[in-house]
Design a protein around this ligand. Structure first.
Ligand code: HEM
Length: 153
């Protein structure tokens, strides 16, 4: 089986990022602000690296269409849509969360940061599930321009 190298790297980066965010959350609950800041910045860095790889692959190569059976296509695309929506929202919330932190608006940071962390912690496992469905369980989907692959055309 041919391993899709860029998706493997970018999916690993989401998982690594989520692990940093989980530990970052744990540390702020324990009151370790410095550790929280460091871990969250690492988490943000890996999330950004994921996004850069994903976006450049989408632009230069295209997205991979689902290679599984016809009767799973609709379920897959609904799940993919859920994952993409969650990831995008988490990204936007992440930027706002960081801006609140750097501007020392910690009450707001704390409120929105919880939503950001929860969304990112859901984005990671759903991303891994998409990766498994797309590359491991049903390999062989062709590479298509982004919008075709998302809409299942
Ligand atoms: C995207 C990255 C980040 C996320 C997702 C995040 C998430 C969170 C969450 C969920 C809490 C509240 C914990 C709880 O009470 O359950 C929190 C609190 C806090 N965060 Fe972050 N954080 C991030 C980055 C940062 C950075 C870069 C800094 C430092 C500049 C920072 C400083 C703090 C501080 C000081 C608190 C405590 C606020 C308070 O006690 O009122 N965070 N963060």
């Amino acid at each position: 089986m041919k391993i899709a190298i860029l998706p493997t790297i970018s999916t690993s980066f989401i998982v690594i990022s989520a692990i940093f965010v989980a530990f970052g959350w744990y540390h702020i609950v324990k009151g370790n602000r410095e550790t929280h800041q460091k871990l969250m910045l690492w988490g943000s860095g890996f999330a950004l690296a994921f996004f850069l790889i994903y976006a450049s692959r989408t632009i230069f190569i295209g997205n991979t269409s689902f290679g599984g059976p016809e009767n799973l296509k609709l379920a897959y695309h609904l799940f993919l849509f859920f994952h993409i929506t969650l990831a995008t929202l988490a990204g936007v919330f992440g930027i706002v969360t960081l801006l609140h932190a750097f501007n020392k608006r910690f009450a707001k940071h704390r409120k929105i940061g919880r939503w950001t962390a929860v969304m990112w912690l859901l984005t990671a496992p759903t991303g891994v599930a998409v990766y498994i469905l797309l590359y491991l369980m049903y390999p062989g989907g062709e590479t298509k321009p982004m919008i075709d692959a998302i809409l299942g055309l």
